[in-house]
Design a protein around this ligand. Structure first.
Ligand code: NDP
Length: 322
């Protein structure tokens, strides 16, 4: 039918963030945009999605056929621990506004973004897509986690009641250009890059919060972006899919710190402050489902991604979120 061949109009919420900027790069500079498609990248200044009227207005303006929903109130471990209620309420409202408005305006497909930190705290490893709701998330970010989990429930509801193909991806720890490099609120790698940069400049030791022993799977934002485009165009399930490097590529914060020190040529002392919280000790995720679909996908090696991100940070210090 005509509607099927009509080029997509894609609205990306959270288009100014780490993942949004990476998707924008793929679309505008790496040929990710097909003939006739319209892509719009939103930031919170254009529409505060906590507000239903503003959400409706921006959907009316762009009339999307497809939505990539990235907008979320996000923070690092320490901010989450301080403000669980705010993370819960803002995210519940953002997600409900985006999904219900998509439904009301006949959006064909929505790809939302969950996170591997919403998985059950007490679990067997590796964690896979079927285990999201199998027990409470870690206490440190219960607000954010429960709001994210509800997206999966909503997707199921929109399919059962309205036959919409609204789905979600579950990236593990994303890092890359345009991340939040703030010491306190940033994600672990970017905060560490900023700290290392500062320690080098000031000739002081590098203070790492926590013991350095927790293990994580890190994925480069440009890899996440390539996978998002695949999910938008090809992935047909309602059930979510984990976007991650393999289990064997999980490594410690300490390993990552050493790569960052290398990338920034930091030769000073590295101190682990064990009075600070570690968060979850590990949360190994399985990428078996992704591998069944895309056996040949190649991930950017961590040392290479860290080097690129450090270079970006140093060259864009003025505009970086610090
Ligand atoms: P960022 O913090 O970099 O970006 C957040 C985005 O959400 C920004 O574009 C921001 O807009 C927007 N936003 C926040 N609040 C609102 C609001 N009230 N109304 C409208 N827009 C809003 O996040 P990431 O790119 O890191 O994350 C993108 C998605 O991926 C999120 O859903 C996150 O939960 C998920 N995710 C991230 C992981 C990671 O490691 N980074 C891991 C797993 C999942 P503005 O710039 O104007 O503030």
């Amino acid at each position: 039918s005509e509607t099927k061949t009509e080029p997509m109009r894609v609205l990306v919420t959270g288009g100014s963030g780490l993942v949004g900027k990476a998707i924008e790069h793929m679309v505008k500079q790496e040929g990710g945009c097909l003939e006739g498609e319209q892509w719009t990248f939103l930031c919170s200044k254009e529409a505060n999605l906590v507000d239903l009227q503003q959400t409706r207005a921006v959907f009316e303006k762009y009339r999307p056929t497809h939505v990539i929903h990235l907008a979320a109130k996000v923070g690092g471990l320490y901010l989450h621990m301080k403000e669980n209620l705010n993370f819960l309420r803002d995210n519940l409202r953002i997600n409900d506004n985006v999904l219900q408005t998509s439904h009301e305006m006949g959006v064909t497909k929505v790809v939302s973004c969950l996170s591997s930190c919403i998985f059950p705290d007490k679990t067997t490893y590796p964690i896979d897509e079927s285990m999201i709701h199998n027990g409470p998330p870690h206490d440190s970010n219960f607000g954010y986690s429960h709001a994210k989990r509800m997206i999966d429930i909503q997707n199921r509801g929109y399919f059962e009641q309205h036959k919409h193909r609204y789905t979600a991806v579950i990236p593990t720890n994303v890092y890359g250009p345009y991340d939040n490099f703030n010491f306190e609120n940033g994600h672990v790698l970017s905060a560490l890059m900023h700290k290392t940069y500062a320690a080098k400049k000031e000739g002081t030791p590098l203070q790492v919060w926590g013991s350095g022993t927790p293990r994580r799977q890190f994925i480069y934002s440009l890899d996440v972006a390539r996978l998002f485009l695949w999910v938008l165009r090809e992935y047909d399930e309602i059930d979510p899919i984990i976007l991650s490097v393999g289990e064997e590529e999980e490594l410690t914060i300490k390993d990552a710190v050493e790569m960052i020190a290398d990338a920034l040529d930091f030769k000073g002392q590295i101190v682990f402050d064990t009075s600070k919280s570690d968060g979850q000790i590990k949360k190994t995720a399985s990428n078996a489902k992704l591998r069944r679909y895309l056996p040949d996908f190649t991930f950017t090696p961590l040392s290479e991604g860290i080097k690129k991100t450090c270079d970006w940070f140093v060259n864009n210090y003025d505009i970086a979120r610090t």
